[in-house]
Design a protein around this ligand. Structure first.
Ligand code: UD1
Length: 373
């Protein structure tokens, strides 16, 4: 056996962690791979980062760049600057980036300029909304990555339209769903339901889970205030549990709004508690990308509080409904679900818990030519 394939796996923000966990687990089963983990430090709080490492058994990062928060330019630039010497020191054969956060594009750019191959996991998703910072990160990362792992068929079309070669694109399924499947039995043992008073003599009451953190929803005081008053109307129908993201917490404090006690505002939850709640929820209200996919995998109705989604398969096949931010539309969709008229979904092809296995199998294939897979 020659020397192992050296792979740097990159995480930056919370949603990257359930995507990297199954990849690291799978790579560690292969002695012919040497996995290295780099954390950019884009998210650094115990509740947004450390708890995920512990609960998902992700090994401690080999390197933490500790970039922290900042403007988009500052944060991206800081990752670029700090990751370059790490890439030069470790000389990986491949760098794996996931998702669409600032760390994703920054590390990809540093790597390709050093002639290191980049693989993008969750490539090709497009909302076609260029005001979303993540859309810019997605387009740019896909333009320079060598290997593109996609979760759904539409992504292939987008990448081909943007001129990426078919040979670089692989439909492998969804690593985030690998984590849902792997951790759900453990998550079911969480005591979060009892702690929040959602469990009566062993059976769960009806409740909704809400998450909100997109700049387009929370950065304008008017928008956030309107959304919060709509959510209060939803809370008249059923209890709403709202784990508040730090960005949203700051904006709520700045807006001076005092949310009604019917809304249960709580700190961000760890992965297992959140997965437990989501799996038992009557419905989810969210502007997150990952939660649209997780609810589809769990068969839980999801109302997405956005005008668009980069994950259309959750609508065409899953339980997701785009409701935007119009109060009447949101409340009527909630009432429909409570009346038993929720959308029946099915699990998209290859969302079977084996995406990481497929990715690792492809990574281990001999490289056909100098740079193209
Ligand atoms: C980032 C990602 C977004 C992802 C989200 C998940 C980008 C462009 N955005 O957005 O795609 O959906 O993570 O959470 O990469 N903060 C803390 N503790 C932390 C990190 C941040 O309190 O550990 C606070 C800081 O005040 C910071 C604010 O949260 O200014 C926002 O964090 P930031 O990383 O800029 O973006 P997110 O909104 O978290």
């Amino acid at each position: 056996m020659g020397r192992p394939l050296k792979i740097i796996n990159v995480v930056g923000a919370r949603p990257n962690l359930p995507k990297i966990a199954p990849l690291m687990r799978e790579m560690r089963r292969h002695p012919e791979i040497e996995p290295i983990l780099v954390h950019t430090g884009q998210h650094y709080d115990e509740r947004l980062s450390d708890v995920f490492f512990r609960q998902m058994g992700i090994p401690a990062p080999d390197v933490n760049l500790e970039v922290g928060s900042g403007s988009h330019a500052a944060q991206t630039a800081e990752v670029l600057k700090r990751v370059e010497p790490v890439l030069i020191e470790y000389k990986p054969d491949i760098v794996i980036v996931v998702g669409d956060v600032n760390s994703t594009i920054a590390v990809s750019l540093a790597a390709v300029k050093l002639g290191i191959r980049v693989a993008h996991v969750e490539a090709g998703l497009r909302s076609f909304d260029r005001t979303m910072p993540e859309e810019i990160n997605r387009i740019l990362t896909d333009a320079i990555a060598d290997l593109l792992f996609v979760t759904e068929e539409d992504a292939i079309t987008h990448l081909l339209t943007e001129g990426r070669p078919r040979s670089a694109i692989h439909l492998v399924g969804n690593v985030m769903i690998d984590s849902v499947r792997h951790f759900l039995p453990i998550a079911q043992k969480s005591s979060i339901g009892a702690e929040l008073g959602l469990v009566d003599s062993q059976s769960w009451r009806r409740f909704a889970v809400l998450t909100l953190h997109r700049p387009s929803n929370v950065d304008s005081v008017e928008k956030l205030t309107e959304l919060m008053s709509t959510i209060e109307a939803v809370a008249n129908e059923l209890p709403v549990i709202f784990p508040v993201h730090p960005r949203t917490k700051q904006r709520l404090a700045e807006s001076g709004a005092i949310p009604s006690p019917r809304l249960r505002l709580i700190d961000p939850l760890g992965y297992l508690d959140f997965l437990c709640l989501l799996s038992k929820a009557t419905l989810a209200l969210t502007d997150s990308g990952g939660i649209q996919e997780e609810t589809t995998a769990l068969g839980v109705p999801c109302l997405t509080l956005r005008e668009n989604t980069e994950r259309p398969i959750t609508i065409s096949q899953g339980t997701n409904l785009l409701v935007g931010t119009d109060p009447a539309q949101i409340i009527s969709a909630v009432r429909d679900i409570l009346a038993g008229n929720s959308k029946a979904g099915r699990i998209p092809p290859l969302w079977d818990g084996k995406a990481a296995e497929r990715i690792v199998e492809i990574l281990l294939r001999p490289v056909p030519s100098e740079k193209a897979w």
